[in-house]
Design a protein around this ligand. Structure first.
Ligand code: PAF
Length: 289
């Protein structure tokens, strides 16, 4: 695995690979890597010739400075994991390398439309502008044929789809399934920040999603969402939202539709904010209980 810290060096290496006709796959991350990230690397390896991973904790996407300060950094372990997964290139830029104009110097604004205004967008002001900015910069640098991101950040994937449309960047986005621990907890870098007891409680999110899926035919959505909130609160969470939406456009639903839906939860456990989601392929796939 080659490691680059400077944009110019990475660009030069990739130019060489592209001239040799290699297909470039890209996995952007903020480090603190877990098996979910590694599954993205594996998928990239299966579909492309050269896999580039970036590790950059992007300051412009943290609406809460405390969350930024406490974001786990495990760079040595990350390098070992990426090397084991046979990643070809790792890019670890500094903040100055990514934002030579300064983090407040760039005043881009992306028109992501409605998708930016709901759920994460409503609770994390400017978060998706920051994500858009850094992913735009990274895509400009790497110019990958294929981009790999995790379904766990469902809304982020929709934002990136829109970013590709707005900018006309021709990379193909692959949305890869969420990996879960044996007890159902969605893998996330933030799980590292949970205490032992919180870690046990954290499974309630996926249990609540499963409960919602099982009851989707039986209960009106408002009752279902209320029950889900109560389950989370009883377990010790402070839920930000529990919603059911149309997967195509994230329009929030108050009753079932005859197409794919997604159930999404964001909730705080102590200091740690967790998100998760579950896709309902169509009403036909929901078991009758
Ligand atoms: O999902 C993440 O880890 C980040 O939001 C991303 C896409 C790497 C941008 O900083």
């Amino acid at each position: 695995m080659y490691l680059f810290k400077q944009v110019a060096d990475l660009r030069e290496a990739l130019e060489h690979e592209k001239k040799a006709g290699k297909r470039i796959g890209f996995v952007p991350t903020m480090g603190a890597l877990h098996q979910g990230h590694i599954s993205l690397i594996r998928q990239a390896k299966a579909l492309t010739d050269i896999v580039v991973c970036s590790i950059f904790v992007n300051p412009t996407q943290f609406n809460d400075p405390k969350d930024f300060e406490k974001y786990p950094i495990t760079i040595k372990e990350d390098i070992l994991k990426l090397n084991d997964a046979e990643t070809d290139i790792l890019f670890i830029p500094s903040v100055a390398e990514m934002y030579p104009e300064g983090v407040n110097g760039l005043h881009l604004h992306y028109d992501f439309g409605y998708v930016e205004t709901v759920l994460e967008g409503a609770f994390r002001k400017n978060h998706f502008q920051g994500v858009g900015m850094v992913v735009h910069k990274l895509l400009d640098i790497v110019q990958p044929h294929d981009l790999f991101m995790g379904q766990k950040d469902f809304q982020q994937c929709m934002i990136i789809k829109r970013l590709l449309e707005i900018t006309g960047i021709p990379s193909t986005l692959h949305i890869c399934p969420t990996l879960r621990e044996n007890d159902g907890l969605a893998m996330s870098s933030r799980n590292m920040r949970l205490s032992q007891t919180e870690r046990q409680t954290a499974t309630q999110i996926s249990r609540t999603l499963t409960y919602m899926k099982e009851q989707l035919r039986q209960l009106p959505f408002d009752v279902l969402k209320q029950n889900a909130r109560k389950q989370l609160q009883d377990a010790g969470f402070q839920p930000d939202y529990v919603e059911i939406a149309d997967t195509d456009n994230l329009q929030l639903l108050d009753k079932p539709i005859h197409k794919e839906m997604v159930m999404l939860i964001a909730a705080k456990l102590g200091e740690v904010r967790l998100i998760d989601n579950m896709i309902i392929p169509s009403m036909a796939s929901i078991p009758l209980s």
